[in-house]
Design a protein around this ligand. Structure first.
Ligand code: CP
Length: 311
């Protein structure tokens, strides 16, 4: 089983049925992760390249481990230590990697849409590990997988995505996947951190944290992306935290069994309090573990893994 599209650049590249297949495979991959020896030969002889033009801990490491756990040869390229520093274009870098017979190229890039140029330039299959403010589809897959480990279905759940929506590729991929799965998705941010056409993305818009959290089944708090902001989005970080920071008091507006997610890295004490991040219903560490399982599933499906070799 593969997915029809050559590349995974957006959640829109995969159907609801294909999402279900990825989730099913990720369940099997989690069994491998729980083993003492986390190694299968499924991707032996395949090569996976991590091409990162932006910093990452979770995404890059989990793709690297996912590939290695499945027997692939994995190479990491950071823009800062590659020939990109000598002025090589992204397209030429990609073609160079492609001519080394890469099977899958995973790229993170600061420019929204950079992956489309990459995908059109190479024979390898391309997975988007985050492009600018556009999308982060593998994060959305692991978020949905994490929710489905706790809830029978996503259909009908109220999912509140709170924080810096304007700069968030996670919000854009999450709204796509959770809408495909039948959820009621809300965006909550100060007006200056809400995209001008946010409602066209398929979420209900509110500027009130109380309204967003009221009866929510799932809360996804987003990192305040200070590195993508000029000044003037809000008067001060303290004020932002007062109005939009999740804490152990305001989470009580949500349903008692509400799950708390955060894609990481967290600014503890800004968009989420230290205590809220440690509540029993906070599944932030589970998201990290599920990130490896989802990426193993994707590499298996897109890298041409041999069936029967998985678990
Ligand atoms: N969630 C996420 O993309 O984290 P990293 O930037 O650490 O990869």
């Amino acid at each position: 089983m593969s997915i029809k599209a050559k590349d995974l650049l957006s959640i829109d590249d995969i159907s609801t049925e294909e999402i279900a297949v990825i989730m099913q495979n990720a369940k099997s991959m989690k069994q491998i992760l729980q083993r003492d020896i986390k190694k299968v030969p499924t991707l032996r002889g395949k090569s996976v390249i991590n091409l990162f033009y932006e910093n990452s801990t979770r995404t890059r490491t989990s793709f690297e481990l996912a590939g290695k756990y499945m027997g692939a040869d994995v190479v990491n390229i950071s823009a800062g230590t590659s020939s990109v520093k000598k002025g090589e274009s992204m397209r030429d870098t990609a073609r160079t990697i492609d001519h080394m017979s890469a099977d899958v190229i995973i790229m993170r890039h600061h420019e929204s849409g950079a992956h489309k140029i990459l995908a059109e330039s190479v024979n390898a299959r391309v997975i988007n590990a985050g492009d600018g403010k556009h999308e982060h589809p593998t994060q959305a897959l692991l978020d949905a997988f994490t929710v489905l480990e706790h809830k029978e279905t996503v259909e009908g759940l109220k999912i509140a995505i709170i924080g810096d929506i304007l700069h968030s590729r996670v919000a854009r991929s999450d709204v796509l996947i959770f809408n495909k799965l039948g959820a009621d998705v809300w965006f909550c941010a100060p007006p200056t951190l809400m995209p001008s056409k946010a409602s066209e993305l398929g979420a209900t818009i509110t500027y009130s944290l109380e309204e967003a959290l009221q009866d929510a089944d799932i809360v996804i708090t987003l990192r305040l992306q200070l590195e993508r902001q000029d000044s003037g989005f809000f008067p001060s970080i303290r004020e932002y935290t007062n109005f939009y920071g999740l804490n152990t008091k305001n989470i009580k507006w949500a349903r008692p069994d509400c799950l708390i997610l955060h894609p990481g890295p967290m600014n503890r004490g800004i968009e989420i309090s230290y205590e809220a991040a440690e509540l029993p219903n906070a599944v932030i560490n589970e998201q990290v573990n599920n990130g490896v399982a989802i990426r193993m599933a994707l590499l298996y499906i897109m890298g041409g893994g041999r069936s029967g070799d998985t678990v």
